[in-house]
Design a protein. Structure first.
Length: 158
């Protein structure tokens, strides 16, 4: 019984290997059909799927305004503390103190690309970008400030 099972396993392995070699030989002899992306040579023509998630970014308009209200929904939704909202106090023209976003810190090295922060944001202030080349020599470069220096919230967003 043992020898019979052993021979069956060897036969199955050889058959599987020959099927794979047949397919490889077919693609080797039929050059018209390209099945492999030649990265990084195809960076200019690379089309990523629409659902691809690369990193979180905060879009700004031409007046350096963003949509983030500082509600911290993204920070609360993140399962591993990737996003941190840091506040500052501003004085309004009426003389009242108002809490405003100072920095939106994003730790790319901790991000699992789960998209929960983007879904949780009520004002659509953050989105997932399609960037995927995140290799750096210094890990500190993976900690990013999402809002631009001197940016402010758009009028009408609350």
């Amino acid at each position: 019984m043992f020898i019979k099972n052993y021979i069956k396993e060897v036969y199955g392995a050889v058959k599987s290997m020959l099927v794979g070699m047949r397919r490889t030989g077919y693609y080797f002899t039929h050059h018209k059909e390209i099945i492999t992306e030649q990265y990084p040579d195809n960076r200019d023509t690379l089309n990523l799927p629409e659902r691809f998630k690369g990193e979180v970014v905060m879009p700004h308009d031409e007046k350096n305004e963003h949509r983030c209200t500082g509600c911290q929904a993204c920070e609360l939704a993140c399962p591993n503390g990737t996003i941190k909202v840091i506040f500052k106090n501003e004085v309004t023209p009426e003389g009242k103190k108002k809490k405003a976003i100072d920095k939106l810190v994003y730790h790319l090295e901790l991000c699992t690309m789960c998209n929960l922060c983007v879904v949780a944001c009520p004002s659509d202030a953050i989105v997932m970008a399609q960037t995927f080349e995140h290799s750096v020599f210094d890990r500190a470069e993976l900690t990013k400030i999402l809002n631009n220096p001197g940016s402010k919230i758009m009028d009408g967003v609350e």
